[in-house]
Design a protein around this ligand. Structure first.
Ligand code: HEC
Length: 184
């Protein structure tokens, strides 16, 4: 059986085609590298401007679906968390409120900045103390720009609340008293 031989004129074309393919692969590879290198400084800049990058990652993975990427909230679903958390963090009872909210969730109607919300915030007990402290610090300092005098929330403060689980209604009742005390 004789194989069909490629006509002589076809061979150089085949080689050229292979070269084109090879060249585009290496072009894609170097483009890939160029892109990676180009994104690195952007990421580095982002990491320096965000005070709690680990908290930011936790926030995007667990909270932004309801509260939005920048914490601005979703109308009638989840409240904005761009002002109150910073006010809370300046007082002991407010810090307790923040820890209680992420550990136990919250339900029942609430008002935030004169807007009404009545939905359920899930609990995040499956996240450890340090992770919850970091996500709250991201909210308080990166999203809300709390004053520098405000102490960062420590993992120990989360641990203290974890030892006293309550239900989402109790979290809301504690919030009502806190808001009165803060004049909000
Ligand atoms: C499924 C949606 C949902 C997710 C996910 C969610 N939340 Fe909430 N969050 C809510 C709702 C709804 C409320 C208000 C609850 C109510 O109406 O009683 C709330 C309330 C809050 C409050 C209290 C605001 C105030 O004014 O007292 C904070 C702080 C907060 N969330 C932070 C977080 C953080 C941090 C995460 C991620 C770890 C998160 N939330 C994830 C829906 C959500």
């Amino acid at each position: 059986m004789s194989r069909r031989r490629a006509p002589a004129a076809f061979l150089p074309r085949l080689t050229a085609a292979t070269r084109v393919v090879t060249r585009s692969v290496s072009l894609a590879t170097s483009l890939g590298i160029a892109l990676t290198v180009a994104t690195l400084p952007a990421l580095a800049a982002d990491a320096t401007s965000v005070r709690y990058p680990a908290g930011a990652t936790t926030f995007q993975a667990n909270c932004s679906v309801c509260h939005g990427a920048k914490g601005a909230g979703t109308p009638s679903l989840a409240p904005p968390i761009t002002t109150y958390p910073a006010r809370y963090a300046a007082t002991d009872d407010g810090r307790k409120q923040l820890a209680m909210t992420v550990l136990n969730g919250m339900f029942g109607g609430i008002d935030v900045e004169q807007k009404h919300f009545d939905f359920k915030m899930p609990d995040f007990t499956h996240l450890d103390d340090a992770t919850l402290a970091a996500v709250l610090n991201y909210v308080v300092f990166d999203l809300d720009h709390a004053a520098d005098e405000v102490k960062p929330i420590a993992a120990e403060e989360i641990a203290a609340e974890r030892a006293h689980p309550v239900d989402g209604t109790a979290v809301r009742e504690h919030r009502t008293k806190l808001l009165t005390a803060l004049g909000l």
